[in-house]
Design a binder for this molecule. Sequence first.
Ligand code: OGA
Ligand code: NI
Length: 345
Amino acid sequence: MASLDELLVSSWFNVHSSVPPSYVHPPETRPGNPIPASGKTIPVVDLRGHDPAAVAENILKASEDFGFFQVINHGVSEELMKKTLKICKDFHAMPGKDKVEECWRDPSGRCKLHTGSENYSRDAIQYWKDTLTLPCPPSGEYVQYWPHKPPDYREVVWKYAQELRKLEQKILELLGEALGLSTGYLCGKLSENPTLLVHHYPPCPEPSLTLGLAKHRDPNLITILLQEQDVNGLQVLKDGEWIQVEPLPNGFVVNIGLLLQMISNGRLVGAEHRVVTNSTTARTSVAYFVYPSNESVIEPAEVFTKGGTSATPTYRSMTFSEFRRNFFYKGSNIEPELAHSNIKS
Ligand code: OGA
Ligand code: NI
């Protein structure tokens, strides 16, 4: 078995003129040629509105209609966004051996580098991507295990994680309020364990045959994604059509995950999305995943199940640990496991 530094896509993508067979997806799931992209766009929400209730309503509407939107005027400095992307690109540009060496420090193994999906060794078909996972709870306890190279890496990325924490809390508070949840409902234990996923998608000789990430819903409350200005790749499935998410200057992409789908009893739905590759330009993205603490109970909130029209819970209650376990084994086929009708007696 090859070692991780040899397996990383960034270590070998440029020695092939075609996609290796283990990366060729079946005709039903590969992007095809031309890669489909409808001319539609996802909504944009300006967070600087003078009336917080109106901003909250805009977030809710975008979440209900698409489960995906971009935010502008979000308070994170343009300079910090640029510096973060640059240093994350610099990390992935280092030799494979150096990258692997920078990712062994965490005794819990949560801070890690991998290639393809989280289940590389079990996947029959691989994905055109490498990912660095950086847990970033507000305590900062994991920062010591993050890469020490490039030299400013930890300083820049930790500053970024702290700014993203503020933005995450603001979005969750507004969204919670618009949904009728009590103040702070989503802002405590349910969002205690954020993690950064620093993805890198090298150029690919045959983008029509492979994928950077398969169609999926995120296993979290929300994701806040920073992407490069001039490279497309992220696509959202809406009414059977793939919509390209064009990067907006200084914008973040926000999407609803499966956990908010459960908490809102299906009022919000985690939108399906995927990442396609291109033949000329490497793409780096930084996804901030809002995760709960492991012992948090994930279940439909009372406002969605008491009285009203949809009074029955659609989802059963489970701890986040249990959800994680299910997600690990079932991947994107997890939804039947989450159903209320699946309660085992
Ligand atoms: C993810 C994801 C999109 C991207 O990390 O789940 O969908 O553009 N990332 O990298
Ligand atoms: Ni995703």
